[in-house]
Design a protein around this ligand. Structure first.
Ligand code: ADP
Length: 596
């Protein structure tokens, strides 16, 4: 492994060529006809440029030396034609390449989002949002830029250079050798610049991602930001990241610009050499001045594409940083996928069982050989201190993560062996931080079961005690709820979420009870709605108030990732255990209005 890595490194130290090959492989074929046309135009640009140098020979020899007045018109006409062809071809090439570029960006963004949305929870646990945003936006834009550079360079600049070098070689091979003397120092200089640019581009990327994260956190957590007056602290973090991006951008700009003095100096040197030797041959050895002029013109014209080639190296490597990070996301396979040949979960009654389940988020076990049973069609409550592992139990039932040991069975089927989509379609979740998308209330409810009719949606809303307040909204069911649902109150959001779960009509219901106190009226409406939702379903409730669990068919008390007590409210209350202590604590707080 180590050996093969080293060997690869020897061939291509940074994987740059591999990356470019992949870029071309994945994009060229798709747009082959368009690229072919663009290449034709680029060929025309190159040919007309070479022709404009070539014709200098006739300008000098026919007009200035032979003094042929007829040739003046012919040459003037040809020059006009050459430049008209060059202009039209450049136009064609630009338009076609832009269209391809835009299509590539659009395609990549679709692909990247699709990949992102299918990543597993572990990915989102470890990834900052800003990072993802920058990868998707900048990565796609950089890919387009890198491809454009490679194509235009190959197509136009290299072709043009080949044409001009051909003119130079034909007109004067000795002079050509002089001109090419500058190649080695140019290559060495550019290579050194490339290395440094790559380093700074990477740092710039990281800081740009930080900026995105800070903006995102500030807008999402704006209430906390304002309430705790942490604007200044955020500003400082932002200033730091912004200053870093500015600094890196300046570094990159300076390094890129450094190709100019490098190439200008070397170019000037070559031109001076050519003039010295060429001038000497024409003046003292009586050589054809037309050929000399054609040569000098070709050399001067070659100079621009050569400079662009040098700058390309630097710019290309800057873009490739973004391309690399984008491919990282595209190649990151989610850890949770259907096992080969996974069958759909077939739910009969919906009994859930954990058998010696072990799980860790990374360090330390969140669940330690946890076993529990949730009987079909009954209500099972999970209680315990915060951090005991209740939410983790829910996440594992939905297979957001895979257990590391033991088994989780639904009607006897191992959740890791059934198709993930079929598993999740049999589960409805109502959480405490009810998240709504910024779409209409109707669409938010319809997410429970895509394709549901308006009548079904309304029935679900009625059952969730949501119908009335929805009608009171300005546009009824078509009212937009705002980002995260912020135009609705907490209690209203919760009822929309219950309606969504009603519509889903899944046999298994996961309920994470709200901790925040609602007003008495909302509370009773929600309780009534939940009561209807739970009817006939296997329900697991994470209960924060013991009032909720009094009617549970079974209560599991969790502590440090294990079930330590199980039974009904009265059974557990009779024991002198954790449950009793929790219950007594709630009486003291006066929170548990009806706990006893
Ligand atoms: P509860 O729901 O009972 O409050 P959790 O199931 O959320 O408990 O947490 C159990 C343990 O796992 C805790 O120690 C918690 O810090 C840890 N934990 C929960 N979620 C994550 C996560 N996404 N990444 C890392 N650790 C986590």
């Amino acid at each position: 492994m180590f050996k093969s890595l080293k060997w690869q490194g020897f061939q291509d130290p940074d994987g740059t060529y591999q990356l470019i090959r992949r870029l071309l492989r994945e994009n060229l074929r798709q747009f082959a006809p368009q690229y072919a046309l663009a290449f034709v135009f680029m060929g025309l640009v190159a040919a007309s440029t070479a022709a404009s140098a070539w014709i200098m020979r006739d300008v000098i020899n026919e007009i200035f030396i032979s003094r042929d007045s007829n040739m003046v018109y012919v040459i003037a006409g040809v020059v006009m034609l050459i430049f008209a062809v060059k202009g039209a071809s450049t136009y064609g090439q630009l338009v076609i390449l832009s269209r391809i570029g835009n299509a590539i960006v659009a395609g990549l963004q679709r692909q990247l989002f699709s990949k992102l949305a299918r990543q597993d929870m572990a990915y989102f646990d470890k990834t900052a949002m800003g990072d993802v945003v920058v990868r998707i936006n900048q990565g796609a834009a950089d890919t387009r830029m890198a491809l454009d550079m490679v194509i235009v360079t190959l197509g136009r600049d290299v072709l043009t250079l080949v044409g001009l070098v051909f003119v130079m070689l034909v007109q004067d091979p000795t002079l050509s050798a002089f001109a090419l003397l500058i190649m080695p120092p140019a290559v060495i200089g550019v290579t050194l610049l490339v290395k440094r640019v790559r380093k700074h581009a990477k740092m710039q990327f990281v800081s740009t991602a930080q900026i995105m994260s800070i903006i995102q956190e500030t807008t999402i957590g704006i209430r906390v930001v304002k309430a705790f007056g942490v604007e200044n602290a955020l500003q400082e973090r932002m200033d730091g990241a912004v200053a870093n991006v500015e600094k890196q951008s300046n570094k990159i700009a300076a390094l890129t610009a450094r190709t100019s003095p490098l190439m200008e100096t070397l170019g000037g040197f070559a031109i001076a050499l050519v003039i010295l030797y060429g001038g000497y041959s024409v003046v003292n050895l009586g050589q054809d001045p037309g050929a000399f002029f054609a040569f000098i013109t070709a050399l001067l014209l070659a100079y621009d594409p050569a400079k662009r080639l040098a700058r390309l190296q630097v710019n290309l490597n800057k873009s490739l940083v973004g391309v690399r990070l984008m491919y990282e996301l595209l190649d990151d396979t989610p850890g949770i996928e259907d096992a080969p040949g996974a069958k759909a979960l077939s739910v009969d009654r919906g009994a859930v069982a954990f058998k010696n389940v072990e799980f860790s988020y990374g360090e330390g076990l969140a669940l330690r050989k946890l076993s529990l049973h949730a009987e079909a069609g009954k209500m099972t409550a999970l209680v315990g201190a915060s951090g005991a592992g209740k939410s983790t139990v829910f996440s594992l039932i939905e297979r957001f993560y895979s257990p590391e040991g033991g088994e989780i069975l639904i009607d006897g089927q191992d959740v890791t062996k059934v198709a993930v989509a079929s598993l999740r379609s049999n589960i409805a979740y109502v959480g405490q931080d009810t998240f709504l998308f910024d779409i209409s209330i109707r669409e938010n409810i319809a997410l429970g079961r895509p394709g549901a009719t308006d009548a079904e949606i309304e029935e679900a809303a009625r059952n969730a005690n949501a119908h009335e307040f929805i009608l009171e909204q300005e546009h009824g069911y078509d009212t937009m709820v705002g980002e995260g649902g912020n135009r609705l109150s907490g209690g209203q959001r919760q009822r929309v979420a219950i309606a969504r779960a009603m519509l889903r009509d899944a046999p298994i219901l996961l309920l994470d009870e709200a901790t925040s106190a609602l007003d008495a009226e909302s509370e009773s409406k929600i309780q009534a709605a939940l009561g209807r939702l739970m009817e006939g379903r296997t329900t697991l409730v994470i209960a924060h108030r013991l009032s909720t669990v009094r009617h549970a068919d079974c209560i599991h008390v969790l502590d440090k990732g294990k079930v330590v007590e199980s039974g009904t409210h009265s059974e557990l209350f009779a024991k002198d255990g954790i449950y009793r202590r929790l219950a007594e604590l709630q009486f003291q707080d006066g929170k548990s209005d009806t706990a006893a």
